[in-house]
Ligand binder design. Structure first.
Ligand code: AGP
Length: 602
């Protein structure tokens, strides 16, 4: 977790560092800090709180520094205090470092360095890094050699950027945590993610695990894990700077909900032929021998994985969605005929990457369904399928769920077509035709939704339940996750038939039950009735002429389309409900407490 940014070049550094931190704040917002190299040495400013707090501290600073590093933190080792904020310096203030990841052997290193007289002032694992570099500088090494020695002593996952007094370079390393270099004429930016410098440049170079870098204003040197000088491909990203702005919206979450007509269009572009009812994912890998599918994911991506697994099973392809954090204890051993699909927006979620690596080690073929080009999952898997949703900044995932679910829908039909025993849905033609109308249908829901009014009707209830069956169950679970993330209210999503096996004990007139029902499942209607009989207000999320309408007290309507599409539209209604409820409650919608956008620790 955490966001890191570094800049070196011929322009002043403080400005791009602060802007970069603002763009990276979705990765962590417990504390923030900056270090720059000035004529007299290093200047470090850091504090607990958000980047806006840091900005107040440096508001009056005048700096001509052209080289610096910055960090925004999501705490792992030590609470979010000023002392634990990055950058961390060595005890002689010659080296400043920012770090994303975990140094697993930091206790051993700290003990050794303490015995050698190096002093520590924080609870973090990171503080060993500048002190180790200092240790090697003290033993006569040049800055680059000192940095390389220090990095080779570290176990764990990290992206690190450092400034060292007396040197005009940024020294950086990547091992298991993202780090991308932005190249602008005579200016270089290193960051955890592209939006940090997208306002300056869209020319990037993705680093590999094991890479160590020296970045100067006149060039970059990359040393790979074998110790050889390495070349990495320079690429253009197709994200626009405006995509990382809030524009006219109060929050990124609302912007990203409203972006869905466009993002879905991009997801679907060129991937199916409406006239011929065919799907073309342009995959190079041969998946015809696949006998079973494991979809591994966390959080919202797990709900998209459930959606995909449900469709695959409907098509006779044996599939299971597995929580990535549970993979080693509940997945069993995949075979060579297993396809493991890592579903991850960021492509950097540690639990998901670990599960993917395990599956690969056991011989499974793999795909990564991800939003971030060249992310760790995209590189780790045999082949990536990009969901093309564009940058998502709000911590609560919205548009990427829709794009993941749509991508997995296409993939499910493709796999059903090419594998033994699989058979695409007999409604495939209708599905393909309705997918081409999906963007317009989302727009219609956004324009007509009653979610804002409803959020006021059911404010401050005791708990919020969401029920659905099949595809509807994944939407119910996602609806509940979204609701709890941004409102901090208690919400649960259930398979509708499970209500009577326990959760019904919680149902009262103070627990609205959002019933997601877009197909002809009579069972869900019955389950809603069971809750209603116990006094629960029922909100039906359904097409206007659905049978469940009569059971419900309130409604959030969706167009009557192929169930795949209608369920995704139901999810859009629930996204709006969560957003407006959180607005009523005055929550920190884009940065919910205790959370961060991508979780790079297990
Ligand atoms: C979504 O709203 C959450 N913030 C979270 O559950 C997220 O989906 C999960 O951490 C997985 O992230 P990923 O898709 O980047 O792997």
């Amino acid at each position: 977790m955490c966001g890191i940014i570094a800049h070196v070049g011929d322009r002043e550094a403080l400005d791009p560092l602060v802007t970069g931190l603002e763009k990276l704040e979705y990765r962590g917002y417990d504390s923030a800090g900056i270090a720059v190299k000035n004529g007299h040495g290093l200047d470090v400013w850091k504090c607990s709180g958000q980047v806006s707090d840091l900005k107040r501290t440096i508001d009056t600073v005048e700096s001509n520094a052209t080289l610096g590093i910055g960090h925004t933190r999501w705490s792992t080792h030590g609470p979010p205090t000023d002392e634990n904020a990055h950058p961390h310096t060595d005890d002689s203030d010659r080296v400043a470092a920012v770090h994303n990841g975990i140094i697993e052997n930091y206790e051993t290193l700290k003990e050794k360095l303490s015995e050698d007289g190096y002093e520590f002032t924080s609870d973090t694992d990171t503080e060993v890094i500048p002190n180790l570099i200092s240790y090697y500088l003290d033993r006569g090494n040049e800055p680059l050699a000192a940095f390389e020695h220090a990095v080779s002593d570290l176990d764990g996952s990290y992206a690190i950027a450092t400034v060292i007094e007396g040197s005009d370079s940024i020294f950086a390393a990547r091992q298991g945590s993202p780090l991308v270099l932005g190249l602008e004429e005579d200016n270089y930016y290193l960051a955890s993610d592209v939006p940090a410098f997208l306002g300056q440049t869209d020319t990037v170079l993705y680093l590999d695990d094991g890479d160590v870098l020296e970045v100067r204003s006149d060039g970059v040197e990359i040393i790979d894990e074998e110790g050889h000088l390495a070349q990495r491909e320079v690429e253009q990203v197709d994200w626009q700077p405006g995509e990382t702005e809030k524009a006219q919206f109060d929050h990124y979450m609302l912007k990203e909900i409203h972006n869905q007509p466009e993002s879905l269009q991009k997801t679907l572009e060129g991937r199916f032929d409406r006239d011929r009812g065919e799907i073309d994912l342009d995959l190079e890998i041969d998946l015809s021998g696949v006998e079973s599918v494991q979809l591994v994911a966390c959080g919202t991506s797990y709900h998209a994985a459930m959606f995909g697994a449900s469709l695959l099973n409907q098509c006779g392809v044996s599939a299971r969605a597995i929580r990535a954090s549970e993979y080693d204890v509940s997945a069993g051993t995949p075979s060579e005929e297993t396809l493991c699909i890592a579903v991850t927006q960021s492509g950097e979620t540690a639990d998901t990457l670990t599960a993917l690596k395990r599956a690969k080690k056991a011989g499974a073929t793999s795909l990564a369904v991800t939003n971030v080009v060249q992310s760790s999952a995209a590189r780790e898997a045999d082949e990536p399928i990009y969901i093309r949703a564009g940058p998502e900044i709000g911590v609560a995932a919205t548009k990427t769920f829709s794009s993941q679910a749509v991508t997995l829908t296409l993939l499910s039909q493709y796999l059903a077509e090419i594998t033994d025993g699989g058979e695409p849905l007999d409604t495939l033609e209708e599905l393909v035709s309705d997918l081409s109308e999906l963007s317009d249908a989302v727009e219609q829901v956004l324009q007509t939704s009653g979610a804002e009014r409803l959020s006021r009707t059911y404010l401050n209830e005791k708990a919020y339940f969401f029920i659905g069956r099949g595809l509807g169950c994944s939407v119910a679970k996602e609806g509940a996750l979204k609701f709890k993330e941004v409102t901090y209210e208690h919400a649960e999503g259930f398979a509708s038939g499970e209500l009577k096996h326990g959760p019904l004990a919680l149902v009262t007139e103070r627990t609205p039950v959002f019933t997601i029902c877009v197909d002809d499942s009579q069972k869900t209607v019955t389950n809603a009735e069971e809750a209603k009989t116990r006094g629960a207000p029922i909100v039906a999320v359904c097409p206007p002429d659905h049978e469940v309408v009569d059971t419900a007290d309130e409604h959030l309507y969706v167009p009557d389309m192929h169930p795949v599409c209608s369920y995704l539209l139901a999810n859009v209604q629930l996204q709006l409900l969560s957003y407006y409820s959180a607005t009523e409650l005055d929550r920190a919608i884009d940065k919910p407490r205790n959370l961060a956008k991508s979780v790079t620790v297990e």
